[in-house]
Write a protein that binds this ligand. Sequence first.
Ligand code: CP
Length: 313
Amino acid sequence: AKHLLGIEPLAPDEIRTILDLSEQYVDLNRGALKHSDVLSGLTQINMFFENSTRTQASFELAGKRLGADVMNMSMQASSIKKGETLIDTALTLNAMHPDLLVVRHPHSGAVDLLAQKVNCAVLNAGDGRHEHPTQALLDALTIRRAKGRLHRLNIAICGDIAHSRVARSNILLLGKLENRIRLIGPPTLMPAGIAEFGVEVYDDMKQGLQDVDVVMMLRLQRERMDGGFIPSEREYYHRFGLDAEKLAYAKEDAIVMHPGPMNRGVEIDGEIADDINRSVIQEQVEMGVAVRMAAMDLLARNLRAQKAEGVWA
Ligand code: CP
């Protein structure tokens, strides 16, 4: 593919190819040198129009470990603040001949639009409530390593599904690989028409967590609630926060995941988040660097091949 804009267009074999290559980068990152030259001579620009810790840091590290020239645009200090549009900003940077653009934007669809205007590979680092493909890929790699497979698992995604691009990308990816997905959360935080995605919907944690292999918790995304229903934190934690009592309904070896940033005592009990026997939250962060290395490696191979043939539009 030319870009990585979402999970939706990816075939199961393409997902497996990215995950298999990511395994090699897990090994590289755990070694003494942590360096390869596969992106040597290429320029990577990271444009984050929304706050980020994990995604921004891991894309930067991934590019540097692969030998790219990496530039982080500080969007707060950019001419966006003077009224320049997203597209004009992208065209300006495009004129400097980048090879990889990594973009996070608060509006769904903004990254797809930008990809149509530039002649380099674009990676979606999260757009509105639409998609966060590298998050779903790193979650998939974490699950595959913990469970030894990535099919026929019972996976619960819990919390604010309606505002979550992480949930959407995970539902798409895990569904493509024939897993059984349960969504658990208040009806007010469930997107309309979600049952069409072939998922089961619950508003009770104890029922929904019964015998699941994976428990994926999500943050309440107040920044996307647009003045709509915002539950009280206390009530929300009581009903939907993951604590030991609720987790006891999952399988004994169920893993606990969270994409971060997490709010302890709101959607998850701090002790569970830190329990190294159940929580794989730190592994998710580790896998994030490897998955982003693999994604950029594969896009760069395609970019080089197409540019060599003169077919890149
Ligand atoms: N999971 C995730 O996207 O985290 P950041 O917002 O910190 O990048």
